[in-house]
Design a protein around this ligand. Structure first.
Ligand code: AMP
Length: 544
């Protein structure tokens, strides 16, 4: 028996119409360094219609890819609103990729048009001659004359282009399974891989982001979206904000702790999202120059493990609750969020909040061992995490056909490459990436646990742990430490501080002091660089 319910397609065009009318007064504000320039959701709707008309006049059709090379700002939000709603595919380019990677992803996605921020034009000019699929460059917040255009490329000014267009557009409701947006993973090895989100996955994911078991976003929020719009669609925040009628505060290019804090002081956001490295920097800046940030009701942090010491510092010194979350580009990205269950408090509550989170109904999760067998969710057995669900990719984009990276999929599940354990009530704790796991004398050492323990020392700003070859134990951990400015602590002191926090045999004997942990294009610790530096003998290692 079928239901009597209507078969309405889930659609980002419907979302745009809803947000720009029923939440027309919600605001997108972009930080300019001294204040904000604002756009209401109503104005966003008008500009989205103008952009859609403009793109159509440039020949963009349903299914065509339109790239952005932009900071998080008003114009990027208009692109987010317009491009999928007109049935085309939004491809937010990671502005921090290496030139060869930009060349690869633009060719792979076959991007025809790109919208570029004026301040990024000097960088983009270097790439443009290697991007033959691009026929039109639209410059937002800058001078189109600054683009050095190769033959066959036409350059447009964003404002002039939009001003010439009608401010209405008949946004089509396309098949909900059609492509809406794509992101390439920042892949540590090999070519970047494309993940294509559908209208259906984007809407369902946004609903999950808004729920209390997600990020609890509501129309009362003003969200500081620090996570770049090219990193897993800013963790889904733009569309969730439109769904909830929440306002957005966009940091544009002002991503250093000082300017972020100035933007917070002026605009008092209630919610924010970014990777741990950003928040570690913000904490240091707050220590040097205290400021009330208790207007933040919650801050979601993920992308890499959140050090418990950082969570405590935010809560106890600044009254700000950190919400730990796990996800991947492949999972839209929301996988799980660490809300403690009802009825727990104190240390018990913290134990839940340290985890990567509890899976929502939309994310099925299991752990498998080296042989591919499922291990129990008993809170102790370790295995590789596999997930499936409505907003989890079932493959990588492959324009030429053929399956890219088939080993990432296992009987319809996505293999995450993350190793961890799951409690019977669905809380995930990750101990490592499978490729970062340290095996010492046949036993696993969690680099994440060691990093968290070292980062709990007051003299330590950042710590990254890698496995290095050891004649007796096969592998032992090497701790790369960045000390806080003006702080002092030697390897013996730091090692001593770990006693009682990690098993005795796990206490690391190899230490190196560095000035900065190398970071990936999305701000995570780049351990492959540390491994290469160690292999090349570039690190001064002390043994204690
Ligand atoms: P990306 O697709 O670049 O966002 O990378 C996804 C990967 O980031 C995951 O597979 C994890 O290895 C890592 N990651 C994301 N969130 C967390 C977290 N809360 N704790 C530990 N690792 C995380």
């Amino acid at each position: 028996m079928l239901s009597t319910m209507q078969d309405e397609q889930l659609s980002l065009a419907t979302l745009l119409k809803y947000a720009s009318t029923f939440h027309s007064k919600a605001v997108v504000a972009t930080w300019t360094g001294t204040g904000v320039r604002t756009m209401s959701y109503g104005e966003m709707g008008t500009q989205a219609a103008q952009l859609a008309n403009a793109l159509q006049s440039l020949g963009v059709q349903e299914g065509d890819r339109v790239a952005t090379f932009m900071w998080n700002n008003n114009e990027h939000m208009v692109a987010y609103a317009a491009i999928p709603a007109m049935g085309s595919v939004l491809h937010a380019l990671n502005i921090r990729l290496f030139p060869a990677q930009v060349e690869f992803v633009v060719a792979h996605a076959d991007d025809r048009v790109v919208i570029v921020d004026g301040t990024l034009v000097p960088m983009f000019n270097q790439y443009l001659p290697t991007l033959p699929s691009i026929k039109h460059v639209i410059v937002a917040n800058g001078d189109p004359a600054s683009v050095t255009a190769p033959d066959g490329v036409t350059v447009h000014g964003y404002n002039d282009l939009l001003a010439a267009q009608s401010d209405t557009f008949d946004f089509p409701v396309v098949d909900e399974r059609s492509a809406a947006a794509m992101c390439y993973t920042s892949g540590t090895t090999g070519d970047p891989k494309g993940v294509v989100y559908s209208h259906r996955s984007s809407i369902l994911h946004s609903m999950q982001v808004c729920t209390p078991s997600g990020m609890e976003i509501s129309g009362r929020d003003n969200i500081l979206a620090i996570v770049p719009m090219f990193h897993a669609n800013a963790w889904g925040i733009p569309y969730a904000a439109m769904m909830a009628g929440a306002s957005l505060l966009m940091p544009d290019r002002f991503l250093q702790p000082g300017p972020l804090l100035e933007a917070m002081a002026a605009e008092k956001p209630t919610f924010a999202a970014a990777v741990p490295t950003i928040w570690i920097g913000v904490l240091s800046a707050l220590a040097a120059s205290p400021q009330d940030i208790s207007h933040l009701r919650e801050v979601v942090v993920g992308g890499s493990a959140v050090p418990p010491a950082m969570m405590h510092a935010f809560q106890e010194k600044h009254g700000v609750r950190i919400l730990h979350a796990w996800g991947m580009t492949e999972t839209s990205p929301l996988g799980c969020v660490a809300h403690a269950p009802a009825g727990v408090s104190g240390d018990e509550e913290w134990k839940y909040r340290y985890t990567q989170g509890r899976f929502p109904v939309g994310v099925q999760a299991r752990l498998v061992d080296d042989t591919g067998a499922v291990v129990p969710n008993d809170g102790e057995s370790l295995g590789e995490l596999e997930v499936k669900g409505q907003w989890i990719t079932g493959s990588y984009y492959s324009p030429q056909g053929g399956v890219i990276d088939p080993e990432k999929f296992h009987d319809g599940w996505l293999r995450t490459g993350d190793v961890g354990k799951i409690t019977p009530d669905g809380y995930l704790t990750l101990v490592d990436r499978s490729k970062d796991v340290i095996k010492s004398g046949g036993e696993w050492i969690s680099s994440v646990d060691l990093e968290n323990a070292v980062m709990a020392h007051p003299a330590v700003l950042e710590a990254a742990v890698i496995g290095i070859p050891d004649p007796k134990w096969d592998e032992r951990p090497l701790v790369a430490v960045v000390l806080r400015e003006g702080a002092a602590a030697d390897a013996a002191t730091l090692k001593a501080s770990l006693t009682g926090k990690v098993a005795h045999w796990q206490l690391p004997e190899y230490w190196t002091f560095i000035t900065e942990v190398p970071k990936t294009s999305v701000g995570k610790f780049d351990k492959k660089v540390i491994r290469a530096q160690h292999a090349d003998g570039k690190l001064d290692v002390v043994t204690v």
